[in-house]
Ligand binder design. Structure first.
Ligand SMILES: NC(=O)c1ccc[n+]([C@@H]2O[C@H](COP(=O)([O-])OP(=O)(O)OC[C@H]3O[C@@H](n4cnc5c(N)ncnc54)[C@H](O)[C@@H]3O)[C@@H](O)[C@H]2O)c1
Length: 328
């Protein structure tokens, strides 16, 4: 029997991790979310109906809320955060507040958990963006790259700063109070139920409605990681002895491909014939972005299983009849 707490459990990755973990009746799972972004839709409701899943609507920036929780958790997945380019540009104060305070309070709370085996902290590939922009970076990018903050005056910097701060909390609270943790840096996770403010769902709409598709930076490469691979690797590193106090890139290095190829794959999955109108490179857009995932393979043996075409096929099956009811 394992007691598991998932913050941000109504969100994209949190819900998918809960679905997988709750397949095991030996897991008793408590989801926390304030529903600022996550939604109790039919997918989440189906999980909440399972006997081993409990939902608590609560705010992880409220210490009194943590005080009200039981202290018998074995594993905590900390996924609650304010994310997304629009939020970051419009509400940088929320990014700084929620992402920093929630992690501080979680680790304060964790000091009192006698059974705790691991906190999983969800960081981001965005953390490498300052080094990439100002000094250049190895691509594929390993976890050992030094981190550089971008322009401190810019709202955009708040997200990477908040995640660097969160990683620092992990290492320093972890060391001082003997709190076990693992940091994962997610790279372009995609799949069903991720909202519409993302390149792949946006392309579903554009390709459905147009025969000619404008594509900026067509030769630039990115590596997309299907949600099932992200979930499997997240659970694996949270439970694995070798990943205690480690930083792990989660992504799909083998699936690095050009934006042109991405659009062509999406059109193929949708059964649409399109013409690509290639536009110039977007200023500031890096020519390559791809994680080096040798570390997770070496420590745990994990390798992603889902290639882009298969992932987009599964994703489109979910999105197809929801394109007219888009929400964030
Ligand atoms: N999706 C990706 O590709 C990606 C990439 C890099 C990092 N991450 C990180 O992974 C984590 C999960 O990402 P996601 O894509 O599932 O995001 P998401 O926005 O879908 O989920 C986050 C959830 O946190 C909840 N939340 C926000 N503030 C809260 C608060 N104060 N109290 C309680 N709940 C709160 C939201 O309602 C939402 O349901 C985040 O920490 C994010 O930074 C994700």
């Amino acid at each position: 029997m394992a007691n598991i707490l998932i913050t941000g459990g109504a969100g994209f990755i949190g819900q998918a991790i809960t679905r997988k973990l709750s397949d095991n009746p030996q897991h008793h799972i408590t989801l926390i979310d304030n529903l600022v972004r996550g939604r109790i839709d039919t997918d989440l409701q189906e999980i909440l109906d399972r006997p081993n899943v409990q939902f608590i609507q609560g705010d992880v920036t409220d210490m009194a809320f943590f005080d009200s929780l039981p202290t018998n958790f074995d594993y905590i997945y900390h996924l609650a955060a304010v994310i997304g380019v629009r939020n970051v540009m419009e509400k940088p104060d929320k990014v700084l507040y929620v992402n920093a305070i929630s992690t501080l309070y979680l680790f304060e709370y964790a000091k009192r958990l006698p059974n705790l085996k691991r906190i999983l902290f969800s960081s981001t590939s965005e953390i490498y963006a300052g080094t990439l922009k100002h000094f250049g970076i190895a691509v594929p990018t390993p976890e050992t790259e030094h981190l550089t903050l971008d322009d401190i005056t810019s709202p955009r910097t708040t997200y990477m700063l908040s995640k660097m701060y969160g990683e620092s909390i992990c290492f320093n609270y972890g060391r001082l109070y003997n709190i076990p943790f693992t940091v994962v840096r997610y790279h372009n996770v995609y799949g069903p139920r991720m909202g519409f403010l993302h390149v792949i769902p946006e392309m579903f709409l554009k390709i459905r409605d147009n025969a000619t598709i404008d594509v900026a930076s067509p030769a630039h490469t990115r590596a997309f990681c299907y949600i099932d691979d992200a979930v499997a690797s997240t659970i694996l590193v949270t439970e694995h002895d070798a990943t205690q106090a480690e930083i792990i890139n989660i992504g799909n290095q083998a699936q690095e491909l050009t934006i042109r190829e991405l659009v062509q794959t999406i059109a193929k999955v949708m059964g649409k014939s399109i013409t690509i109108n290639e536009l110039p490179d977007t200023p500031g857009s890096p020519a390559r972005r791809c994680p080096d995932t040798a570390k997770i393979k070496q420590l745990t043996g994990f390798e992603p299983q889902v290639n882009l075409e298969e992932g987009v096929t599964r994703m489109y099956a979910w999105y197809k009849d929801k394109l007219d009811t888009r929400h964030e």
